[in-house]
Design a binder for this molecule. Structure first.
Ligand SMILES: Nc1ncnc2c1ncn2[C@@H]1O[C@H](COP(=O)(O)OP(=O)(O)OP(=O)(O)O)[C@@H](O)[C@H]1O
Ligand SMILES: [Mg+2]
Length: 510
């Protein structure tokens, strides 16, 4: 008798180990619950087994109605034999279901099944909290015994761990899916914002640029973008990046004019730990842009030393950090912008010719706004719509006469100035209609440009006239803003650096 039961015990233990092995390889909750129920009926030689999981928020127990079905049974967590096991944490062994007052016959009623004997144990997780109950029904050879109770308890403790893992994995998958969806949505937003169609304009000059951006979408050529301040150079660079296969890798923009000479190298290539006391190690912009695009803005302002170093990276495709000994490979597409005439910089010896040809494999020139006045109505309306979208103020419009004035203004700060002006007009307009009265004092009236005659004895070229006007507007803006460069730049629609560059060019003292 002793040996039989020991042999039987060993057999059961081996069976439980085998079930654990199977449970550990099933990660999907539904399939796992089916597997555990099936194995439990074999192990305990009974007719059915069910797992009831506790929904703590609603204080309910739930279970699948039958193996393989997706129908869910739910009831109050205090109800029935299972409820008794869950609320006490104890094993409940019932010889005759219908004579036990705790038995709830409603489930038999719903499933059409007839319960005779049953055994229920609470399931605990690793922290000792009850997560549900494991129930077996109708042992063929009479009521469940003490050995059955031990077996079910052992199985329940392993099942609880496997179930928690599967629930955790399901939760992770759900949030991963959610994040992936959000991410895809954000990418669609970015892509539509910076796709080549983010460049507005129906005229020939802008359309040529749009077509070029589309044509080079699959290539990695370096592109030089030229144009005055505020003409959309950075916007074009982003359009090139976000329509290319590199779109999901970083777009890193670096303003070379804002870099003090001693910092250029560490900013571009990074700095190694321990170079000097107090110096923090840093990843350079080339490495940050790895796999993506590096946009070097105002490249004409780089020193000759910095130019030589960039040329080396473009030739050898590796960077070396300041104080580092190893070469780090980088895969970077370079886009560069400038409002300087690099060819005359080359003649002056201020820009390297070899670097010029490396960065200017393709050239895009952004026209100044005064040369594409036909785009002004479209642009102005676009910016007004953008303002309405951002602020939730609906249906604003330009009143009669306003557009004519916008189209004829000189716009030294180009599209950026137009955008700033539209935003300002929209914000200040008391009504949804923007009237001529709302136009800013700083927006030169056509009469101020057209009527004021050129100096009589001298015939001015258009370029000279534009320069004279620019010089005057800059001086006026500075004066009006009490020489606050930030505010003057904003008024003119220039970046602060753009204003400083122009002040240098016209020798205007700040
Ligand atoms: N064709 C265009 N369509 C739509 N928006 C434009 C267009 N051109 C310029 N813009 C907008 O004008 C503003 C200025 O553009 P951006 O910053 O690209 O100019 P930039 O040439 O880089 O100027 P800077 O030389 O001062 O740095 C941005 O808000 C940009 O979106
Ligand atoms: Mg720019």
């Amino acid at each position: 008798m002793e040996t039989t039961s020991r042999a039987e015990l060993n057999e059961k233990l081996a069976a439980i180990l085998e079930i654990c092995r199977k449970m550990n390889s099933e990660r999907e909750l539904g399939a796992l619950l089916d597997l555990i129920a099936r194995e439990a009926t074999n192990l305990l030689a009974c007719d059915r087994a069910s797992i009831f999981l506790l929904d703590a928020e609603r204080n309910e127990l739930w279970s699948k109605v039958a193996l393989g079905s997706d129908e869910i049974l739910r009831f109050d967590a205090g109800m029935g034999i299972v409820g008794a096991a869950v609320s006490t944490g104890r094993t409940v062994n019932v010889r005759d279901a219908y004579s036990d007052p705790r038995f709830y016959g409603g489930i038999d009623g719903r499933t059409g099944y007839r319960t005779h004997n049953l055994l229920a144990v609470a399931m605990h997780n690793q922290q000792g909290d009850i997560i549900g109950a494991f129930e077996t029904l109708n042992k063929a050879a009479g009521p469940f015994n003490g050995r059955d109770e031990e077996c079910l308890l052992a199985l329940a403790s392993h099942a609880a761990t496997a179930i928690e893992t599967a629930q955790l994995i399901a939760e992770l998958r759900r949030s991963q899916n959610e994040l992936a969806q959000q991410n895809a949505h954000l990418w669609r937003e970015v892509e539509s914002r910076y796709s080549s169609h983010g460049i507005i304009g129906t005229g020939q000059k802008i359309q040529q640029i749009v077509r070029l951006v589309e044509r080079i979408r699959d290539s990695v050529v370096n592109v030089l973008i030229t144009g005055e301040s505020g003409t959309g150079k950075e916007m074009a660079a982003k359009a090139i990046h976000y329509t290319s296969p590199r779109a999901r890798r970083p777009f890193v923009a670096l303003n070379c004019a804002a870099l003090p000479e001693p910092l250029v190298e560490s900013e571009l290539f990074g700095i190694e730990r321990g170079v000097a006391t107090g110096v923090q190690p840093r990843v350079g912009q080339f490495q940050k842009a790895d796999g993506g695009t590096l946009f070097l803005d105002e490249i004409g302002d780089l020193s000759l030393t910095a130019q030589a170093k960039i040329l080396r990276v473009l030739q050898e495709r590796v960077v070396e950090r300041v104080g580092g000994r190893t070469s780090i490979p980088v895969d970077v597409r370079l886009l560069a912008a400038t409002n300087k005439d690099l060819e005359s910089e080359i003649v002056k010896g201020a820009f390297r010719e070899d670097l010029y040809y490396r960065i200017k494999v393709l050239h895009i020139h952004m026209p100044p706004l005064r040369e594409i006045r036909e785009e002004i109505p479209l642009l102005a309306n676009h910016f007004l719509k953008e303002y309405c979208g951002e602020t939730g103020r609906g249906g604003m419009e330009f009143g009669p006469g306003v557009m004519r004035r916008l189209v004829s203004a000189p716009w030294p700060g180009n599209v950026r100035q137009l955008r700033n002006e539209v935003m300002r007009l929209a914000a200040c307009a008391p009504d949804r209609l923007i009237t001529e009265d709302d136009l800013m004092a700083g927006l030169p009236e056509p009469s101020r440009i057209e009527i004021r005659p050129a100096p009589p004895a001298k015939v001015q070229s258009l370029k000279d006239a534009v320069e004279a006007l620019e010089r005057r507007m800059i001086a006026e803006a500075l004066e009006d803003m009490r020489f606050n460069q930030q505010q003057a730049a904003r008024r003119l629609g220039l970046s602060r650096q753009g204003l400083i560059n122009k002040m240098k060019r016209y020798a205007i003292a700040g």
